[in-house]
Write a protein that binds this ligand. Structure first.
Ligand code: GUN
Length: 297
């Protein structure tokens, strides 16, 4: 079998069109413009590139959007005061503090200071807890994008054997928690594998849907994949540079070999990556509706 390759770029573009219509509707019916602030501390090149992408998309969608860049040596207290300022700003519905933060700042202290109703990253313990009990307000953007890709590609999640490789707070744990819920686009049987799993292959071979967020290239090879499985590759690994100095990206899955066995596979780049920013925008629209008391779907 040769897999159908699902393009995150195309699905993300489709969702952005839907969001544009929602933004227009919010403006016309409620005089609301979704507001997003992205806070960047320092000038880490990867973080600069991520927040630039987030701001560009927010502008394209007609959001009120602010890029707040702070020096790398900002004190934790000053950063907490900045978060509080945006917590109290009615024009801002979503607050994103780009991670990682410099070593002298306690990341959790900052994330926990964000008003959970403005936590469009879905990292605040209140939102993590709500996700766990099946009453989520915001899903973290990468898992949210994964679930959206699966449903829009017509993949049956209900009753599926889902195997997740990786147990990070950013991807592995939340996607497992989302797909196990007794809800639509969920109801799967979920296994989470990690670096201490005895025999990962024994688990991955059972997967109808295999989600790989392991953080290393070739973590999943063709011998680990069941014929006809759906394979979602969350990995982004820089494996070198082109002669023009551009980073060469590779996922966590041995794409060329696995695509001959899978029924559906996501590429890297152009798979899960483009979905993440778009889901942040969806969360910001949700936050704006929440603030105005407009029912969420
Ligand atoms: N750094 C890498 N990924 C993310 C993300 O999804 N959110 C934030 N805030 N920082 C990140």
């Amino acid at each position: 079998m040769t897999a159908r390759i699902i393009s995150g770029k195309e699905i993300a573009a489709q969702i952005r069109e839907e969001l544009k219509a929602e933004v227009a509707d919010l403006s016309a019916k409620h005089a609301i413009r979704p507001g997003l602030v992205t806070i960047l501390v320092g000038d880490n090149p990867a973080s600069v590139s991520y927040v630039t992408g987030k701001q560009k998309t927010a502008h394209e969608l007609g959001f009120h959007s602010i890029q707040d860049t702070q020096p790398a040596d900002i004190s934790e207290e000053d950063l907490l005061r900045l978060v509080e300022k945006y917590n109290n700003d009615p024009a801002i519905h979503g607050i994103l503090v780009q991670l990682p933060l410099p070593k002298h700042i306690n990341e959790n202290r900052v994330l926990y200071a964000i008003n959970p109703d403005k936590d469009v990253d879905g990292f605040h313990p209140v939102n993590v807890g709500r996700l766990m009990i099946g009453d989520a307000r915001f899903y973290p953007c990468t898992p949210y994008g994964i679930r959206e890709m699966l449903t829009r590609a017509g993949v049956q999640i209900e009753g599926a054997e889902v195997v997740v490789v990786g147990r990070s707070n950013l991807v592995g744990k939340p996607i497992a928690m989302m797909l196990v819920q007794k809800q639509k686009s969920a109801n799967a049987t979920v296994t989470v594998c990690h670096t201490r799993t005895k025999d990962i292959r024994a688990h991955t071979l059972r997967a109808d849907i295999l989600i790989v967020a392991a953080g290393a290239p070739d973590s999943v090879t063709a011998d680990m994949v069941k014929e006809g499985a759906v394979v979602i590759d969350v990995g982004v690994n820089r494996v070198g540079f082109t002669s023009e100095g551009k980073a060469i990206l590779k996922g966590d899955v041995d794409f060329d070999a696995v695509k001959e066995k899978a029924s559906i596979i996501t590429p890297v780049p152009g798979g899960v990556g483009p979905m993440t920013i778009t889901m942040l925008m969806k969360n910001t629209v949700r936050a704006a509706k929440l603030a105005a008391g407009i029912p969420l779907e």
